[in-house]
Design a protein around this ligand. Structure first.
Ligand code: PXL
Length: 278
C-alpha cells in the first residue's frame, strides 16, 4: 500500500515542544509522511517571556506554489498556529487547492486558552478563523476557542454537555462533521474530551488530571487523532489513544520535574504509536 502523507500547516518552534516539532514525529511514528508547511518560525513558543518570532506569511505563497507545480497531493491536511490574518487567506486557498486524494482536513484553531486569546491573535484573525473552520472535517478546539468561534461568553464554571453539544451543532452546521473539545476541566481530578459527531451526537473520553497544563498538548492530541484517523481508526479510538499517550507523557514529565512550558516529553513514548500503526 502506498505510504500516506499529511501536510502540517503550522509553525516551526525550536524549543518548547509544540506544533511541527511534535506533530511530525508523532505522525511519522504512525508510518505517515509529514510534510511541513511553515506559518512562522520561532525560537521558543509564545508562552515563554521572550521569543523570536519570524512571520512566514510573505514566503508562504512561493513555498506552496512548488507543490502546485509538482502536482503533489496530500491524504490529509492538519492546520494549527497561524501567524497573521493574510496567512489565514493563504491557508484557505491551500485547503481549496489540495483536494485530490484528500480524506480529511483537521483544523486546530489555535487561538487562546483560559478564556484569553494569545498575544499574537488579532480580532481580524478571529474573523478569518471563523471562515477557515468551514473547511474542516475535524475540528479540535479547547473551550476558549469553541467559545470564541461561536461568539459565546467564556465561563470558568463547567458548561453542561448539553450546552457544549448546542455550541458544536452551531459550528458544525456549515463546517466540521466532527468536533473534539479537548481538556475540559470536569473537577480538580479529571478532564473530559468531548467528541461531537454531527450525525451521532456526542461521546466523552475522560482522563485523570495530573499536574498543570503543558504547552503543546493540543498539538500532540491533534497529531495523534490525524494519524490514527488516516490509518483507519474511529474518531473515538483516536481520541482515546491521544488521551492515553498524553497522560503517559505528563506522568513522565512530572516524575522528572520538567517545567510545564517545556512541553510533553513525547519522545519517550513514540514507540506506543509505532505499535498502533502495525
Ligand atoms: O501549542 C500551541 C502553540 C503553537 N505554536 C506556538 C505557540 C503555541 C501556544 O502558545 O505559542 C508558537
Amino acid at each position: 500500500m502506498a505510504q500516506k502523507k499529511i501536510a502540517l500547516v503550522n509553525d516551526i518552534t525550536g524549543f518548547g515542544r509544540c506544533s511541527t516539532a511534535v506533530m511530525a514525529p508523532v505522525v511519522s511514528a504512525m508510518k505517515i509522511q509529514a510534510v511541513a508547511v511553515p506559518t512562522a518560525i520561532l525560537s521558543t513558543h509564545t508562552q515563554f517571556p521572550v521569543y523570536y518570532f519570524d512571520d512566514y506569511t510573505p514566503k508562504m505563497r512561493d513555498y506552496i506554489q512548488t507543490y502546485k507545480d509538482l502536482d503533489i497531493s496530500f491524504d490529509a491536511i492538519a492546520t494549527g498556529f497561524l501567524g497573521s490574518a493574510e496567512q489565514v487567506d493563504i491557508v484557505t486557498d491551500f485547503l481549496q487547492t489540495f483536494t485530490r486524494n484528500r480524506q480529511f482536513v483537521l483544523v486546530d484553531p489555535v487561538m487562546g486558552d483560559y478564556g484569553k486569546l494569545y498575544k499574537t491573535y488579532t480580532p481580524k484573525m478571529c474573523d478569518k478563523m471563523k471562515n477557515l473552520v468551514r473547511y474542516a472535517d475535524i475540528l479540535t478546539p479547547n473551550l476558549t476557542e469553541l467559545c470564541t468561534l461561536t461568539d459565546s461568553v467564556y465561563r470558568e464554571d463547567l458548561l453542561s454537555f448539553d450546552e457544549l453539544e448546542k455550541m458544536c451543532r452551531t459550528l458544525s452546521q456549515n463546517g466540521p462533521k466532527n468536533i473534539i473539545v479537548t481538556g475540559l476541566a470536569l473537577n480538580k481530578k479529571q478532564l473530559a474530551n468531548f467528541i461531537y459527531d454531527r450525525d451521532e451526537g456526542y461521546q466523552i473520553v475522560m482522563v485523570d488530571k495530573i499536574g498543570g497544563d503543558r504547552s503543546g498538548t493540543g498539538d500532540v492530541i491533534s497529531a495523534v487523532i490525524a494519524g490514527m484517523v488516516l490509518n483507519g481508526h474511529t474518531i473515538y479510538d483516536s481520541v482515546k489513544k491521544a488521551a492515553e499517550l498524553v497522560s503517559k507523557c505528563i506522568r513522565y514529565c512530572e516524575e522528572n520535574q520538567v517545567p510545564n512550558h517545556y512541553g510533553l516529553c513525547v519522545e519517550m513514548y513514540l514507540e506506543d504509536l509505532i505499535k498502533e500503526a502495525e
